[in-house]
Design a protein. Sequence first.
Length: 313
Amino acid sequence: FSHSDQQKQWHTSLPDRSSTSGWLGRLSATLKDLNQPGSFASAISVAGVNLVQTSPGVLPYVIGNEGSKGLVDWNNPNWAIGRSVVSSQLDLEYENLLQRTFLSRKKDALERNNVFSEAVKSVDLEGVQIGGGSLGDQLKMVLQTIRARADLGVRRQTFFVELGGWDLHSLLLEPHRLLLRQLDDALGDFQKALNADGLSDQVTTFTASDFGRSLTSNGQGSDHGWGGHQIVVGGAVDGGRIYGEYPDLYEDNPLDVGRGRIIPTISVDEYFAELACWFGVSRQQLPIVIPNLNRFYDLTQVQQPLGFMNLGY
């Protein structure tokens, strides 16, 4: 029930071995031909480097709430000498592999910053208000990036945002209430903006959390659990329902493995597969994106993995 173990499983869909790729990264790599060749914007993170969007050939492009960050003062006219020095370094040729790799990464970073910044700076966000504190700020940047998708040359994108602070081993009630309010405000306002843009059916927002909490108290709060529930929002979602069997919330119930830690009745792999199918992954491609899926879902069956997305079959 550790954070690191559960996060690894959520990110990789590989619970029994180490991996350097995440399921969203493999998804982006599988569908890369739907985007323009050379596009770097298929995986955007507004919450730092992560494993879930990473795979061979795919790395998340990390931005902040205000967009892409270039070199400080790079475009400052008073920094002409410094810019000239850096530019001269970029024109050098090195024999050492580490030096060549560093130079290549530096060139890519400068070029991608210019491309991204040019694409999003013309996007009009006047009148767009997304509450929810830091999560809302991240989602506002996501909206701005989605509106710039044509200039970025992408038809399929994944975005990674984050809201921390849920590990409430003590003083649970008030902080938990405030976190839920942030989540509600941010998701609600973001969906309203997508509806206004006519993009509701084209964007699906979903949550991913380490684990639920224990049903029993430690005296001040709750400890690490196992099974939990997630939220999926969007015009393509068959919503307003709870999918799966909601557990009995009493200690020592049939799904309780101790201290009110509930055994999940739906795997994260099925959850991911449903979203991947909506995103455009074929049944033949599902084992590439979600290698652990065959333990929970028969790929030869006709019905969807879970049924919460409107897939047209």
